[in-house]
Design a binder for this molecule. Structure first.
Ligand code: FAQ
Length: 339
């Protein structure tokens, strides 16, 4: 053996034993992970988890966070035009809640090891997905009602089962988010109810808003089950508890009595109670439009991204100042402790 090889031999052995130890750790980690999932318990940030589980969670949670942040835009646009001081105050609080939801969710994704700046950069560069619904414009005040009733309504139906997601930080964030979404849905309902029972023109404005938002709200649940590549694995991991179509059906069944109480109708001639299934049948949605929207070709996709970029660029000095201030505070505190 050459002196060179001789030098490397112990290192090589060490590599092998490290690899064997890593393999044993992964095996016992996988067993423990499988147990946690089987007993419907929770995976926590420091637990071993398969890389594919981590990756899929980062994907879903970061997309969800981006949706909350971009979702502030359609409503933020109406703050200055809300029809009364009370409506304005309520809308400001709602938009602020959405920002908070984004922050809880970015924090949950960070516990999976994805740096927040990286997630912001992905949204900034247009690589990240966010919910299709936020690429549609809010044209009238009634649209703000429709967003609250239909969009927050769909979000609740989708997100209540996520409170039981197997990943602890995500499930816990969802509990708080869902509580706030319930208020949001009520405010949307209340706007639509007032308009529907107002003048003929107001009633019509409410109906047109429901007509515009109904289809896109149903698409928030994702593509039909046959075209949903992530559902099966997500359900096996107990991140998702129901398929996209199951939740969409639940939402439609919930909307029918509510729209009757509002004095409005849903824009679907095929909507009909099916005695045998115990559910409402409903017409096909425009899936070509959906796939175009999620590829970045929605009615306002470009504007939404431009607005986000502008806000981020213009806010850079605030973030820098806040960071400098926080550093200064911790230096002062360290000096005090040291004194
Ligand atoms: N829009 O295999 P699947 C809110 C993508 S928050 C855009 O079925 P998965 C609050 C999907 O990412 C609304 N993309 O995927 C609020 C995947 O792409 P990828 C957001 C969509 O993950 C209210 C591909 O298509 N809520 O509203 C959409 O199993 C008012 C294949 O789909 C959440 O994020 C879509 N609609 O199921 C804020 C809830 N659907 O990643 C402001 C958490 C699917 O493979 C104002 N997320 N895609 O490249 C989820 O429950 C799930 O991720 C789904 C999709 C159900 C959205």
């Amino acid at each position: 053996m050459s002196p060179e090889n001789h030098q490397h031999a112990p290192l090589h052995l060490a590599d092998e034993s490290d690899a064997a130890a890593a393999l044993a750790e992964a095996e016992s980690g996988q067993n423990r992970f499988d147990e946690i999932i089987a007993e419907d318990s929770r995976v926590e940030p420091r637990d071993w988890m398969p890389e594919s589980y981590r990756k899929s969670l980062v994907r879903q949670v970061s997309q969800h966070a981006h949706s909350e942040i971009i979702g502030m835009q359609p409503e933020g646009n109406w703050i200055s035009r809300a029809p009364s001081l009370k409506r304005k105050a309520i809308l400001i609080a709602k938009v602020q809640d959405e920002a908070g939801h984004g922050l809880y969710l970015y924090s949950a994704a960070e516990t999976l090891g994805r740096p927040r700046e990286e997630m912001y950069d992905q949204l900034y560069s247009g690589k990240a997905k966010y919910s299709s619904i936020f690429n549609y414009p809010a044209r009238t005040w009634a649209d703000i009602g429709a967003i609250g009733w239909l969009v927050d309504g769909a979000a609740i139906v989708n997100q209540v089962p996520l409170c039981r997601a197997s990943y602890g930080p995500y499930g816990r964030a969802m509990v708080r988010i869902c509580k706030e979404e319930s208020f949001h849905q009520r405010q949307g309902w209340e706007i639509l109810y007032s308009l529907s029972h107002g003048t003929e023109a107001q009633h019509q404005m409410a109906q047109e808003a429901v007509n515009r938002f109904y289809g896109p709200a149903l698409q928030m649940f994702g593509p039909p089950d046959g075209d949903s590549p992530n559902s099966q694995q997500s359900m096996a991991w107990k991140i998702k508890r129901f398929t996209n179509d199951e939740l969409r059906q639940r939402f439609v069944d919930m909307l029918v009595p509510q729209v009757e109480a509002l004095g409005l109708t849903l824009p679907d001639p095929e909507l009909k109670w099916n005695e045998e299934r115990g559910h409402y049948d409903f017409g096909d949605l425009d899936w070509d439009e959906f796939f175009a929207v999620i590829k970045g070709n929605g009615p306002l996709s470009r504007q939404r991204l431009e607005h986000y970029r502008k806000a981020r660029d213009e806010g850079a000095w605030v973030r820098e100042a806040a960071t400098a201030y926080a550093n200064r505070q911790s230096q002062d505190q360290a000096a005090l402790i040291g004194a």
